[in-house]
Design a protein around this ligand. Sequence first.
Ligand code: UD1
Ligand code: CA
Length: 426
Amino acid sequence: MAAKPVKILILAAGKSTRMKSDTPKVLHRVAGVPLLRWVLEQAYALKPEQIVVIVGHESDRVRKAFADFPKIAFVTQEPQLGTGHAVMQARSQLQDFSGDVCLLCGDVPLVRPETLAALQDAHQRAHAAATVLTTELHDPGSYGRIVRDADGKLSGIVEAKDLKRGQERIAEINSGTYFFDAPALLGCLDQLTTQNAQGEYYLTDVIHLLAAQGAPVAAHVCQDSREVMGINTRKDLAQCDKIARERVTDALMANGVTILDPDNTYIEAGVHIGRDSIVYPYSAIHAGVEIGQHCEIGPFAHLRAGTKLGDHCKVGAFVETKNAVYGNGSKSGHLAYLGDVTLGQDVNIGAGAIVANYDGKHKHKTEIGDNAFIGCGTVLVAPVRVGKNAQTGANTVVPKGKDVADNTIVVGAPARVLKTKPGKAT
Ligand code: UD1
Ligand code: CA
């Protein structure tokens, strides 16, 4: 079936009261990536005409963080009077649009693109005015409950705070993810009221209004309830983070990476690791880090943003890296800090070596040439260059700007030339 044109609405204006945070909820991170980024990835997979993000609480910070993303239009909701009221703010974007609106919540980050595609398909096949993505939960907690009539047809959604006797037992919940026929959605917005326990305009009432008019409304059940988890509290955030990181480690293992203890390894989304690399427990690898093949990471390694390892590299116990690029075969076995540094090939970094990249005001770069050997406890004060096949003795301090020439051994603090070696490098 040829898909109807789609516009996406992302609700991200809420006050996030339950997070108890100065930061807008959609800027909190799951597996190292802001919630709104996760939701935008879902949105782009649907190839929409436009993505309208409703922002409110601390809206400037959200706009700034996502200003460069394609197809985005931001609309401010002020004050925030509920999810239905949030949608009302996008009236002008939806006015002359006859396609579908996919509505996503900024606090529901883990819906898979396949699930959204199935929701879209179900919506279009049923020629529905609205299709809700639902799931079944043992403990439906604060989620809105799906109400069906005697024939099992969807008739409405009741918010947890508005449940009537008997409705607490309903296990099917509203994920907060929907497809709407745009004109049908617009037609209902004026009819929403605040006659409910929270005194808010509920988007969920649109379902009841449409069903009562006899318009076709449908529910599509997501089998994996972990996908549609919403984040309202810090505890939800921690649970979601775990689910997201499990996806990350599952995918890496499927691609040939050994992760010996995934439950005790912290790997963020967007990390690339080549096959036959091994990650030992208690290591943390941040978003965007790239690791080649046959590398050895950890235990207790900390690889921060901008770290790029070639093949056959090692970042061992209690080594922290940041903006560190390792050529093939370069190794830092134990107890080191390497920040803003480029290592050539087959460099060896001794235990306790430090690249002092920060002078209290600015960060500076360090370069270490192929086959260089950095002795235990060496401090390289950036900016500085250590040449190819050069060597530093134990506890050497190489001051900033005092480059070590190729094939040269330096010792002491400050470093002085001990001798020149017969060179491997030229
Ligand atoms: C909402 C649904 C509930 C569903 C749950 C799924 C309503 C009334 N309830 O409840 O049925 O089970 O999501 O996670 O829709 N927002 C705004 N403006 C506002 C209020 C909220 O943009 O004025 C945004 C929030 O930032 C959030 C989303 O809408 O991203 C959902 O709001 P939230 O208050 O978290 O609703 P829930 O109580 O979780
Ligand atoms: Ca929520």
